[in-house]
Write a protein that binds this ligand. Structure first.
Ligand code: PEP
Ligand code: MN
Length: 362
């Protein structure tokens, strides 16, 4: 069981005007006063009230646009004062925090490269002590849940209770469909370890291309995430960073309108009755699965003893190959994919090899 974080739910952050999905939108980078104001004005006209813009940009290569720095905070402050929007940006150092506080920034987030660095996270946590603004923590670039949770713990220990996370996908060596691989199983695991934690998805940095933003957004709502952080620029074709993945405010609004928001639960009695019945069936089947796996393991143990008596090696690859092939064929008849059957049987096989190994070493 995870050490519990002391959290204030998002409803107590005094930030988001709209209901689910909570939307944070704005350009990858603040580039000019005109671009910031124009983008914010258009987003605001669609009812979006939390504005993002990168001020300091952690770029992969040097000599690229690294953000306008502190002067950009003045433009964001105008967004706050003139349009009444809440403003947020990425911070990666104590200096960034101090500058943000000077200009009335309402929320900050830690970028993926920062979350991966405990020194920086600690520096930021120390600078935020006694500061009552929400902090969002993007996942580290690598799928390391403990590193991600460790960053949250550091901030929480500094007294930050308005904490949330942003899923922005993970770097891969090979080029995949998306810029950053979503690895949804990490999200599911993180949610089950910290169910109370406000959870956002950043479909822009996952997809890397605007045509995939809708499908990633829908997927994250299907998993019950609370909100989305999406990059939006008044003229994406001219953007100085992440041009391919930014939507215009109009495109963003149309995309959001098309999303289906799933409820966490329903009060309808007929829904409850049906879902309870189906879950009861699943519970019985799960118990049977465990009973059957236990029985299988008993036989595996007997085989292990028998192999030991006869001085036979544990692994007979040909036997395993034919067993798996048969299982895949049978599984297909029951509507199970090859991928699933292979993963399941590999897990079963690994456990039974382990048991036989223990017998051999006894
Ligand atoms: C960003 O939000 O602009 C950004 C740099 O994101 P990430 O830290 O996810 O790469
Ligand atoms: Mn970006």
């Amino acid at each position: 069981m995870e050490k519990k974080l002391d959290l204030i739910p998002v409803s107590g952050w005094n930030l988001f005007a709209e209901q689910k999905p909570l939307i944070i939108a704005g350009p990858c980078s603040a580039e000019s006063e005109i671009q910031v104001m124009e983008t914010a004005r258009r987003l605001s006209s669609h009812g979006i009230n939390v504005f993002r813009a990168g001020i300091w940009k952690p770029r992969t290569h040097p000599n690229t646009f690294e953000g306008v720095g502190t002067p950009g905070l003045k433009w964001m402050q105008r967004v706050k004062n003139e349009l009444g929007m809440k403003i947020c940006t990425e911070v990666a150092s104590e200096k960034h925090i101090f500058d943000c506080l000077k200009f009335g920034v309402d929320m900050v987030w830690l970028g993926a490269r920062t979350t991966a660095n405990p020194f920086l996270v600690q520096e930021i946590a120390d600078a935020l002590r006694d500061v009552d603004i929400p902090v969002l923590v993007k996942n580290p670039v690598n799928p390391d849940i403990d590193l991600w949770i460790g960053a949250l713990e550091r901030l929480n220990q500094s007294g930050i209770k308005k904490l949330g996370v942003i899923h922005r996908g993970f770097s891969t060596f090979e080029k995949m469909k998306y810029r950053n691989n979503p690895e949804w199983q990490v999200v599911i695991e993180m949610r089950s370890r910290l169910p109370e934690l406000p959870f956002f998805c950043d479909p822009s940095h996952i997809s890397g291309a605007k045509e995939y933003i809708a499908e990633i957004s829908q997927r994250s709502l299907d998993l019950g995430l609370d909100g989305l952080m999406i990059e939006s620029h008044c003229d994406p074709t001219c953007a100085l960073s992440d041009a391919k993945q930014q939507l215009t405010p109009d495109e963003l609004f149309a995309m959001i309108e098309n999303l289906t928001v799933r409820q966490q639960d329903s009060d309808s009695p007929s829904y409850k009755e049906n879902i309870d019945q189906l879950r009861a069936k699943i519970d019985v089947i799960d118990e049977n699965i465990l009973y059957i796996l236990g029985s299988r393991m008993k036989i595996s143990r007997q085989i292990g003893e028998y192999k030991k008596e006869n001085n036979i090696a544990i692994l007979q690859t040909s036997r395993w190959d034919s067993l798996l092939a048969k299982a895949i064929e049978k599984g297909a008849e029951y509507g199970l994919s090859e991928k699933f059957v292979t993963a399941l049987f590999n897990a079963v096989h690994e456990a039974s090899v382990q048991v036989q190994n223990d017998i051999l070493e006894k």
